[in-house]
Design a protein around this ligand. Structure first.
Ligand SMILES: Cc1cc2nc3c(=O)[nH]c(=O)nc-3n(C[C@H](O)[C@H](O)[C@H](O)COP(=O)(O)OP(=O)(O)OC[C@H]3O[C@@H](n4cnc5c(N)ncnc54)[C@H](O)[C@@H]3O)c2cc1C
Length: 278
């Protein structure tokens, strides 16, 4: 339960407070922090409200989304692409969508993450701020795959914004759960660029409950070199590469199978679009 709620005037003060109070956590929408059986157990919160991190704007590199933008803001924005609105809608509760933020979702990086697989497939970039050991203020612009790969090392970093690249990409995703409100067993996403009728810069990720967010690099390479003869080959490769465990959401076998089917279907859609030059 939160006992101290620190209001700060700017990002630097937030980071300084966090440095001096490592047990404190940034507080964005609070939906995870206040959730029953939350993964974040804290008494000391640093409010991100009032830091101006809740805007969506067009910038030179693409669409810049402040880390405190809520899921509902994403859905209602004219600037946000349909693929991200679809992922935001995976959160079926309107009440949660009104509070939950994009930055909070990425900071959690949960194995049932609504947004992380899609943003990884989209090759989003992240703008971050931090403080070095000598309290020097740092600003960084990094690919989301780096944030995902070294997630723990970013635990004291403040996510400032997410930038969706301007270049055109096909981005598709699919979530599997018993009901819209149930925890998902698999949320899979596929992203690619179309060049000369072929798929390039392919990114395939899936959040697998109990086993984390996984990347399917071998399948990405095989698609880029046009080595799969059919979508069934993609299904087989992905299902075999999926790491999964049995739990209350589904069996390991089902998770592997459904991840393969989902990615196979997305590959087929993207391949058709590539052939059509779309
Ligand atoms: C009933 C219920 C079901 C849910 N189911 C799911 C689910 O299936 N999938 C899913 O992904 N989420 C789920 N959530 C969790 C949550 O709603 C989302 O993940 C949400 O996006 C978290 O954002 P927030 O702003 O509320 O985060 P908060 O609760 O404010 O914070 C969560 C964590 O992120 C950190 N953080 C927040 N903002 C930043 C930032 N800008 N920079 C660095 N660190 C930051 C906080 O310090 C904290 O550790 C559920 C929540 C509820 C209440």
């Amino acid at each position: 339960m939160i006992k101290n709620y620190k209001i700060v005037k700017d990002v630097k003060e937030a980071l300084t407070y966090k440095k001096q109070n490592p047990q404190a956590a940034f507080y964005a929408g609070g939906t995870e922090i206040n959730r029953l059986n939350s993964s974040v157990k804290i008494e000391d919160a640093i409010s991100l409200e009032g830091l101006g991190l809740n805007k969506i704007e067009e910038v030179k590199d693409g669409i810049k989304i402040g880390s405190c933008v809520t899921f509902q803001q994403l859905i209602e924005s004219d600037l946000v692409p349909a693929y991200l609105k679809e992922a935001a809608m995976y959160c079926a509760s309107r009440a949660v969508r009104d509070m939950a933020t994009i930055g909070g979702n990425l900071a959690l990086g949960a194995d049932d993450s609504y947004l992380m697989p899609t943003l990884l497939a989209a090759k989003a970039r992240l703008l971050t701020n931090g403080l070095t050991d000598k309290e020097v203020f740092t600003e960084d612009n990094l690919p989301i795959r780096e944030y995902h790969m070294y997630h723990k090392e970013f635990s004291n970093t403040l996510l400032v914004a997410i930038v969706l690249p301007r270049e055109e990409r096909i981005v598709l995703s699919k979530r599997f759960a018993n009901t819209a409100h149930s925890e998902s067993c698999v949320t899979a996403a596929f992203g690619a660029k179309v060049e000369a009728g072929l798929l390039s810069e392919v990114r395939i990720f899936a959040a697998i409950k109990g086993s984390g967010i996984q990347r399917f690099k071998d399948a990405e390479n095989s698609i880029e070199t046009d080595s799969f003869a059919s979508k069934e080959d993609v299904e087989f490769a992905i299902a075999n590469a999926t790491q999964a465990v049995d739990d209350y959401t589904a069996s390991a076998k089902y998770k592997s199978y459904i991840t393969g089917v989902a990615i196979g279907d997305m590959y087929a859609v993207a391949s058709e679009a590539a052939k059509g030059g779309k």
